[in-house]
Design a binder for this molecule. Structure first.
Ligand code: CA
Length: 532
């Protein structure tokens, strides 16, 4: 991409009502934090140098697949945001335990590669966010190694305060002479010193109350913002203060305030894998987004509604959730997803049925806020059980293995999708092609992501219907989750002078709208808009 193209995507051809020449319409660039995100585990996405491990250069190679920056083409996926899982140096394959917060793991590339990726994303209107793991470092981090050494050399009667005075890094972690809980581990070779490691003994928890740690966190933020990131995905926010909601919220408020001083339009999304009540409370921190865990996964409302063809309750749930989080933070942006790197992949939960996968995608991506799709979801990859199985190499092609990474060591899943990216790009009825359609429909109708939602009761349990109003423009999203086609009389007091903006059909079948009489095929979605 040689030329700067502010945003987006591709064309949707809208036939004019008089049936003359098709009019092409392209999404307008809106400079805000509403994006369609794509989560990448770098090690599995694309291997540029053939060593079997995906890398940052691989992502650069495949940016044209994600978003080519040209709104007039339609052969790219069209995503407008990328979340990179951890890229900092680490001894683990997943890298959720960093040894250096201001570098790139050499397996994945160099800081120069990252700068290039960041620049190229920006040229295409893609916001790049990276995983930031602040709950803990690696036990191999020089801070921890230095602290450990001081504790090993400590005299029997030396207090923690005396040791911190000797070496500030002792204050970076939580040490005690007592094994406080079963998540505390002995410092090897020390005289009865223990440290907190909530996730694992190789992931010592940072002492987030320590002033020096807080300065480090500010500097780390500045470092990556200078490298061009739009913001961060914050790992394990409920564990910052061991599930103490008010302390976690206070910390996130501090972090948001500090990072906004560096980058006023920063975007951040928090992982709070917990209940609706706690997530809603944490929105008080001012952090823009939290992942919508209650809606996600095989047990969440989206997949359940799609599988049981019951949409009615879902619409009011979407409305209620938006109302609640906006009460806590008027600028709250919901972050719905189907599954992520910690969950069994959604295609399995959706009985490996393409039409169900299409329907689920349509439901969560057309919810208000920022949808987060997990790499491989768009081609129906599967994987469950151990984590390694959920992070399998993206299948670029069924006939050409060039650029496809090797599976993570220890993974046991040998199942691969019927068709890879290459094959699905050529097939208009593929799951991948359907994802492209949804994203384009969403970007042509900015009200979907940004608007205020209101449930519409169409008197049919299989439909999930709501309006979304933004800047005085109202769109309607109607999903037919049922296995049969339906005919609905749209109430004239709600649907005034509406036009079709997009049809998303998981199967063949006809979608028609005439004089407010709407016919929808089985498992389909229609987007309507009030004409001005
Ligand atoms: Ca590589």
């Amino acid at each position: 991409m040689k030329k700067f193209l502010p945003l987006l995507l591709s064309a949707l051809i809208i036939l004019t009502s008089c049936g003359k020449k098709p009019q092409e319409e392209y999404p307008q660039a809106i400079n805000d934090n509403y994006k369609n995100y794509y989560e990448i585990y770098v090690g599995a996405f694309r291997d540029s140098d053939g060593d079997g491990v995906g890398d940052i250069r691989g992502i650069i190679e495949k940016l044209d697949y994600l978003n080519d920056g040209n709104p007039k083409t339609s052969d790219d996926l069209g995503i407008t945001g990328i979340w990179l899982m951890p890229i900092m140096p680490s001894d683990t394959y997943h890298k959720y335990d960093t040894k250096d917060y201001e570098a790139v793991d050499e397996q994945f590339g160099s800081i120069e590669d990252f700068e290039e990726l960041s620049k190229k994303c920006s040229e295409r209107g893609i916001d790049l966010i990276i995983d930031l793991v602040l709950n803990h470092s690696s036990s191999g981090h020089p801070w921890f190694k230095s602290a450990e050494k001081t504790l090993r050399e400590a005299k029997a009667d030396e207090s923690i305060e005396e040791l911190v005075a000797k070496n500030k890094y002792v204050g970076y972690y939580n040490f005690s002479k007592k094994k406080e809980t079963n998540k505390w581990y002995q410092v090897p070779g020390s005289d009865g010193w223990y440290y907190e490691g909530v996730f694992w003994d190789k992931m010592p928890d940072l002492n987030l109350d320590n002033e020096d740690v807080r300065s480090e966190i500010v500097n780390i933020g500045k470092f990556w913002i200078d490298k061009g990131v739009k913001g961060f995905r914050l790992d394990a926010t409920t564990w910052f203060y061991s599930e103490n909601v008010s302390q976690n919220t206070e910390f996130l408020n501090w972090l948001t305030t500090e990072y906004k001083k560096i980058k006023p339009d920063i975007y951040m999304v928090g992982e709070a894998w917990t209940s609706e009540t706690i997530i809603a409370d944490m929105y008080k921190s001012g952090l823009p987004s939290f992942f919508d865990f209650p809606m996600s996964n095989s047990t969440g409302s989206i997949i359940k509604s799609v599988k049981t063809s019951s949409g009615k309750g879902l619409a009011s749930q979407i409305e209620d959730w938006q109302k609640l989080i906006r009460e806590k933070n008027p600028d709250a942006i919901d972050a719905p997803f189907l599954t992520n790197h910690d969950n069994a992949r959604s295609f399995g939960a959706l009985s490996r049925k393409t039409e169900l996968a299409k329907m689920a995608a349509s439901v969560y991506m057309l919810m208000p806020g920022n949808s987060f799709m997990y790499y491989g979801e768009e081609i129906g990859m599967t994987g469950s059980g151990i984590d390694e199985n959920k992070r399998q190499p993206l299948v670029w092609s069924k006939t050409n293995s060039k650029g496809t990474a090797k599976p993570v060591k220890g993974s046991t899943n040998t199942d691969t999708p019927e068709k890879g990216v290459e094959e699905q790009l050529k097939d208009d009825s593929s799951l991948l092609s359907f994802y492209k359609q949804i994203i384009r429909a969403k970007d042509l109708n900015p009200e979907i992501a940004r608007g205020t939602v209101k449930t519409v009761d169409l008197g049919n349990d299989a439909t999930c219907a709501y309006s979304s109003e933004y800047n005085g423009v109202k769109v309607f999203i109607i999903h037919n989750l049922g296995k049969e086609s339906i005919d609905i009389d749209l109430p004239g007091d709600i649907f005034k002078n509406v036009e079709i903006r997009a049809e998303l059909k998981t199967n063949n079948g006809k979608m028609t709208l005439k004089d407010n009489k709407l016919s929808m095929p089985q498992q389909s979605t229609i987007i309507l808009r009030e004409k001005k």
